[in-house]
Write a protein that binds this ligand. Structure first.
Ligand SMILES: *Cc1c(COP(=O)(O)O)cnc(C)c1O
Length: 382
């Protein structure tokens, strides 16, 4: 198989006019500048020509300026490091700031990687339950209650995590309210910005976050795996502490993280990423319009109303009914969309699915809508 990789193709590339509506992928599509950087820096350890012992100190290419100056300004946070992704950032924060056996409090809509990071760091997790559908809201007050529940059992709570927004519904919880509750309880707040850093304007200071993580391949037009972690000076000292054995190297990130093309794609895309965060309001407007049109077809947007993010989760009994009699059954939706060069809804899903129109043109959004319209009107319901 590996001697014949030619037969495998990236579905959406080299497929003129293809429209990708996968929320996971929309924000990670490379800019032309980043695509060029991939080739230029593709070799292993390509950024290490002028290394003086630490990735963050490399001046050619200008990683030092990017990590020490550009990213901290962008995120309004004291210290930044590059990670391999949002999950590695969350893990680094938990592993360095919490002691095994302690408890982290997280929102019930948290990404599974938050739970894995906690488990790997030897921590217990107390969740703030999400409300009933279709809203699935997390109330900031729930953090207070979760902290009290854990403390009532005699546990030490050492971090709060807020997923902003969550990756299921695209819900945005008021981070300053959560921050206030956490800080009153003497607990630092980590904001998981996998779906916000690089899409929306995000300021750690503005959110009240002590730690913030982002995902390059999800929301910063980067070829991953790559992410960012930012922290206040006080916590940065603990997260980015140096090794005792190799005092030049930061221990938590094992000395160096990105050692090749990934970091250059993030840097090459960065000017465009800054610009797109300034147009975030337009993206929210687009999502609201699109969701409204989908609802006219009988599908139901879940999560926040009005919606505040491009990630949209729909329930669609109507497509599920169709799938019962459609040729190819539940795979009919995937096939119908693929026929129209639209990708991103997982094969087999009909009753509920996520999609995003992030950075799609009005015309592309209309193409997607007419595909759903045709699918609904051309199929008999069971
Ligand atoms: C995608 C996602 C992650 C994981 O991001 P990686 O950069 O791949 O680790 C974490 N949290 C949320 C909310 C996500 O949507």
């Amino acid at each position: 198989m590996l001697d014949n990789l030619d037969q495998f193709r990236c579905l959406k590339r080299g497929n003129a006019g293809a429209i990708n509506i996968d929320p996971l992928q929309r924000g990670g599509i490379l800019t032309p500048e980043a695509r060029e950087a991939v080739l230029e820096w593709a070799d292993g350890y390509s950024v290490c020509d002028y290394c003086t012992g630490s990735l963050e100190e490399i001046q050619n290419p200008p990683i030092k300026e990017f990590v020490r100056q550009v990213l901290p300004e962008f995120l309004e946070v004291d210290q930044v490091r590059i990670t391999h992704g949002a999950r590695e950032g969350i893990f680094a924060a938990m592993h360095s700031l919490c002691e095994p056996g302690e408890t982290v409090v997280a929102d019930g809509n948290a990404h599974y990687t938050t739970l894995l990071a906690a488990e790997l760091a030897g921590l217990k997790v107390e969740l703030v339950p999400a409300g009933e559908g279709p809203g699935y809201r997390i109330e900031p007050q729930g953090y207070q209650e979760a902290i009290e529940r854990a403390r009532g059992r005699g546990e030490r709570v050492s971090m709060a995590v807020l997923t902003y927004p969550d990756g299921n519904y695209g819900n945005l919880v008021d981070p300053t309210a959560v921050s206030e509750i956490s800080h009153d309880a003497g607990v630092p707040l980590t904001v998981n910005g996998a779906y916000s850093v690089g899409r929306m304007p995000v300021s750690a200071k503005g959110l009240g976050a002590d730690v913030i993580v982002g995902s390059g391949h999800k929301s910063m037009a980067s070829s991953g795996p790559i992410g960012v972690i930012g922290a206040s000076e006080e916590l940065a000292e603990r997260i980015f502490r140096r090794s005792k054995l190799v005092p030049k190297k930061e221990l938590e990130i094992l000395g160096c993280t990105l050692r090749g093309a990934g970091i250059l794609t993030m840097m090459a895309s960065f000017p465009a990423v800054v610009e797109r965060t300034k147009r975030w309001d337009e993206e929210v407007e687009k999502a609201r319009w699109f969701a409204g049109e989908m609802e006219k077809l009988g599908m139901h947007l879940q999560g926040d109303r009005p919606h505040g993010h491009d990630l949209m989760f729909f329930k669609s009994e109507i497509l599920y009914e169709i799938s019962k009699t459609a040729k190819k059954g539940r795979y009919f939706l995937y096939r119908e969309l693929k026929k129209r060069n639209i990708f991103g809804i997982k094969p087999g899903l009909t009753r509920q699915f996520k999609l995003s129109c992030y950075l799609l043109s009005r015309q592309e959004m209309e193409t997607v809508l007419s595909a759903f319209e045709e699918v609904v009107s051309n199929h008999p319901k069971a």
